[in-house]
Design a protein around this ligand. Structure first.
Ligand code: NAP
Length: 329
């Protein structure tokens, strides 16, 4: 449990009652939980304005496990089903023995994957799907630049983009060049020794996950009409509207992204911020890709549940190759 927001504040062990199950939810016994930077950022208090959680709070967005109870309105899942999900905002809490998940956010887990592998997938896979398929409408033959190809989002996004028939460029450091090539990257830029701006041009889509400087440089590798989708901010007014932010938050959001939106307009490209959402039907499509062997999980480390704080700290070092997961038993 998180009692108070604070940078690197340790989560505390607690015995709590089983969570209440709503009519449209299934109770999942957690076998493994994926760890995401979103968990760290919420803990640190960085998301207070966007996701105003009430504390104490159980963190954890990704889960793989078994359905042990279903609400009366649940139709598609039954006891014993092996499932996975990205839990909905304001209903998170997968760093626990049980978590209720809305039926609409749940999917059957890919058959060939272990629980740990399955738990590593939902948040990053849905992020890549919502950025490349839903937002950018990435097409066969187009050129996409996916930053940080060796990370949680990157390892999935490269494989998805290749599956969609796009040419993929990515950045990583020397040690991970072979990994991203194996995943299907066509152009690999070692960011320690090369500047992507000098290598890339005329991209149709950029998936930005890095800092403000990288975001600005990304504008210059797009062709006219290209799309810059950022998952690391700054948030844009459409996002402010989507989350129903109060007036002053909307204003802050507008100001934060004013510069990049103006520069994008001048270059004839579009800028949008994506904050991914839970989505069971997209996750079912993703399950099919794993079942068909089109995409495979990339796992860095599995920690014991007792070491959840260590798992978060490890991820925060920023060197993970693929995903970090905690395992219940
Ligand atoms: N908005 C959303 O919905 C959403 C969803 C998911 C993630 N995110 C955000 O997206 C970002 C990435 O998430 P993630 O889960 O993929 O992170 P991650 O797994 O922690 O990323 C780690 C990877 O990043 C690489 N890396 C670090 N610095 C780099 C640089 N300057 N250039 C290229 N690669 C670099 C590292 O490779 P090396 O060791 O080789 O440097 C490492 O493999 C985070 O800020 C996260 O919060 C947002």
């Amino acid at each position: 449990m998180l009692d108070r927001y604070g940078k690197k504040r340790a989560l505390r062990w607690a015995d709590v009652p089983s969570p209440d199950l709503r009519e449209d939810e299934a109770l999942v016994q957690v076998h493994a939980a994926g760890v995401n930077l979103l968990d760290s950022k919420i803990r640190d208090g960085e998301f207070k304005l966007i996701l105003p959680y009430r504390l104490p709070l159980i963190l954890g967005h990704d889960v793989a496990g078994v359905v042990v109870e279903v609400g009366p309105r649940v139709r598609q899942f039954k006891l014993g089903d092996e499932v996975y999900a990205r839990a909905d905002d304001f209903r998170i809490g997968t760093f626990a023995e049980f978590v209720p998940v809305k039926e609409a956010s749940l999917a059957l887990k890919p058959k060939a994957l272990t629980m740990e592998e399955a738990a590593s997938i939902p948040l990053v896979a849905l992020t890549a799907w919502q950025a490349l398929v839903e937002r950018a409408n990435l097409q066969r033959g187009q050129k996409v630049f996916i930053q940080a190809g060796s990370g949680g989002v990157g390892t999935f996004a490269i494989q998805l983009a290749r599956h969609l028939g796009a040419t993929v460029a990515t950045t990583t450091s020397t040690t991970n060049v072979a990994l991203v090539k194996r995943l299907g990257a066509d152009v690999v830029i070692d960011y320690k020794t090369q500047d992507f701006e000098e290598v890339l041009r005329d991209c149709d889509v950029v998936l930005n996950s890095q800092d403000g400087k990288t975001l600005e440089k990304s504008l210059r590798v797009l062709k006219a009409g290209g799309k810059l989708v950022s998952i690391s901010g700054p948030p844009d007014p459409v996002f402010g509207k989507q989350i129903g932010a109060p007036g002053f938050v909307k204003l802050v959001i507008r100001l934060l992204s004013a510069g990049i939106r103006r520069k994008a307009r001048r270059r004839g490209v579009s800028y949008s911020f994506l904050f991914m959402k839970a989505n069971g039907s997209q996750l079912r499509e993703i399950t099919r890709l794993f079942d068909a062997g089109v995409i495979r999980p990339v796992m860095d480390r599995v920690f014991a549940f007792e070491s959840t704080n260590e798992a978060l700290a490890y991820l925060e070092e920023g060197r993970a190759k693929g995903k970090v997961v905690v395992k219940m038993k």
